[in-house]
Design a protein around this ligand. Structure first.
Ligand code: RIB
Ligand code: CA
Length: 315
């Protein structure tokens, strides 16, 4: 029995790798993508999503275009991190595929409400579409099977401000709505993703296979590695989103704590900062499972094996 998954995504280099990992994993049936602003504009991210699906011969997967702006904050795009087109140095042909007419949040509602308890939602961008869907149809909270979110930083420094991670900083109000919704959330914060570095030798292993898939990964990752080297002195690049996706079918890669987690929506230096009540001072019921331990090379081996298999299938 495969897991029926919808990914809400801001493709984005690591988002694109997460989409490829979903397509390469027999444990998953990828039922659709809803695109959100973040690494790129929603319009550009929708083009990228369609192009990546075409690259992987997965044109059957529906793509919906979501919200173009955060709920309250001004738009913040990550051009320096993912490039002007959002896929680094990669060049993909303009997609023949078109997005669905349906809006992203409507797609999320329809899919979840039409299959109660069966849809796994993976949120790997700012949470604007998820927050809108919750406000439009609160019953998705009880009808979604589970929700995996890439975002936040518990004890780890921020990657966008000294305190805040990109997805929760770009739309902190959306994150606040989702975190307090009651949805069954598993959070993958920077605490674990920054231990999962895609290294040059990992890339060289993939390049032993001649495929449009490996060429795309190389061209996209090269830009991402240059960013990580210049801004964070990291040798390689942090592939946040594929780790989040992998936990949907291989949760044992990480260790978790049930915690009450909140996000700062005040207008000070802490905006978008996420924090866990580790000692339960607030005596609140935990609102999510948080991945705080990880086996990085177990994950990376899985990722590389799946990318090799996908690349061999698309010569
Ligand atoms: O902070 C990392 C997250 O922000 C990742 O999901 C990346 O793709 C960006 O969306
Ligand atoms: Ca992302």
């Amino acid at each position: 029995m495969t897991k029926r998954i919808i990914i809400d995504t801001d493709p984005g280099i690591d988002d694109s790798l997460a989409i490829l990992l979903a397509l390469a994993s027999p444990e998953i049936t990828l039922e659709g993508l809803s695109v959100v602003h973040g690494n790129s504009s929603t319009a550009q991210g929708t083009i990228n999503a369609l192009s990546v699906l075409e690259l992987a011969k997965a044109g059957h997967v529906p793509v919906t275009q979501g919200c173009e702006l955060p709920l309250v904050q001004p738009s913040l795009l990550a051009v320096e991190t993912h490039g002007v087109q959002g896929i680094g140095y990669a060049k993909l042909p303009a997609p023949q595929l078109k997005p669905q007419i349906q809006k992203g949040s409507d797609f999320l509602i329809e899919k979840i409400m039409s299959a109660p308890g069966q849809i796994t939602l993976v949120g790997i961008g700012p949470l604007t579409n998820l927050a809108l869907a919750i406000r439009q149809e609160p019953r998705i909270v009880q009808n979604v099977k589970e929700v995996f979110i890439m975002g936040g930083a518990m004890r780890h420094e921020g990657n966008t401000t000294p305190l805040a991670e990109f997805n929760t900083f770009v739309d902190p109000h959306a994150a606040h709505i989702v975190f307090h919704s009651g949805m069954p959330i598993t959070l993958t914060p920077l605490d674990v993703t920054y231990q999962c570095i895609f290294l040059k030798e990992d890339l060289n292993r993939l390049l032993k296979i001649n495929s449009p898939i490996t060429k795309f990964i190389a061209d996209a990752a090269r830009f991402y590695m240059e960013f990580h080297d210049e801004y964070q002195k990291i040798d390689g690049c942090v592939i946040n989103d594929p780790l989040t996706l992998a936990l949907t079918f291989m949760p044992g890669i990480c260790d978790y704590q049930d915690l009450f987690v909140d996000v700062d929506i005040s207008t000070g230096v802490g905006l978008g900062n996420t924090f866990a009540d580790f000692y339960n001072y607030g005596k609140k019921t935990p609102n999510m499972k948080v991945a705080l331990g990880v086996r990085p090379r177990v994950f990376m081996e899985l990722f590389l094996e799946r990318m090799e298999k996908l690349a061999r299938s698309i010569p």
